[in-house]
Design a protein. Structure first.
Length: 225
């Protein structure tokens, strides 16, 4: 299903602006290249609002959010069909703008290597060091993140456990991540993070440990709008 979807919507990059005649002294209109056909995607399913890609992995999927039902995409794909693989999704504790201090994306750890299974590759330090980029496409923007942490965590609900809108809470949370010392953790302790940063948390299950989650986290470095 998702392979067919990629072939359908990954077309020639479409600009978000249009070229027009302008005065010689005026600055040219900025055009952002969006390589995802969001018009087609949202006609198929209006819950689709973004697309995530991690170069060097198989993670290349639409991102959805279901109003009023945070568990829907645990068991349904983006066509609305029942599917054990589910979809990559956010809950309504997050906005759909990626402007929140911490946006949490969920995906299953599938045996066939699909969905968020590839996140577990970040347990290898060499892989972690060589695959730090995360790209999020939106209909009118491209967000560029850099991975700074990958580690095994407990199963608490992050957005219900921490008030990330509180700068003190956010700052302490980031410090706690960078101070992690574990065989299951790869952390870039040299990256400078603070409470004003916007981070992306990718969460998936850990085989054989239902009370654990494997998290890969990235910080927003730049955005094109």
């Amino acid at each position: 299903t998702y392979e067919e979807l990629r072939e359908t919507v990954r077309a020639t990059p479409s600009p978000t602006g249009e070229k027009q005649e302008i005065e010689p002294t005026a600055e040219p209109e900025k055009i952002i290249e969006i390589p995802i056909d969001f018009q087609t995607l949202q006609a198929q399913n209006p819950d689709i609002y973004a697309w995530i890609e991690i170069p060097g992995t198989a993670i290349d999927y639409p991102v959805v959010q279901r109003e009023g039902d945070n568990s829907y995409y645990l068991s349904h794909n983006t066509d609305g069909e029942e599917d054990a693989a589910g979809a990559i999704f956010t809950e309504d504790y997050n906005s759909k703008t990626f402007q929140d201090p911490n946006t949490v994306l969920y995906g299953h750890n599938m045996k066939n290597g699909s969905m968020f299974q590839n996140l577990h590759s970040y347990a290898d330090r060499s892989f972690f060091d060589e695959h730090r980029e995360v790209i999020v496409y939106m209909p009118d923007a491209v967000l560029h993140y850099k991975i700074f942490a990958a580690y095994l965590y407990d199963s608490r609900h992050l957005l219900q456990s921490f008030d990330f809108s509180d700068p003190t809470v956010m700052g302490n949370y980031l410090e706690s991540i960078q101070s992690l010392r574990s065989m299951n953790a790869n952390i870039d302790t040299e990256m400078e993070l603070d409470s004003t940063d916007r981070i992306l948390t990718l969460s998936t299950c850990y085989k054989g440990q239902d009370d654990k989650r494997y998290l890969v986290q990235a910080v927003l470095e730049s955005e094109e709008r």
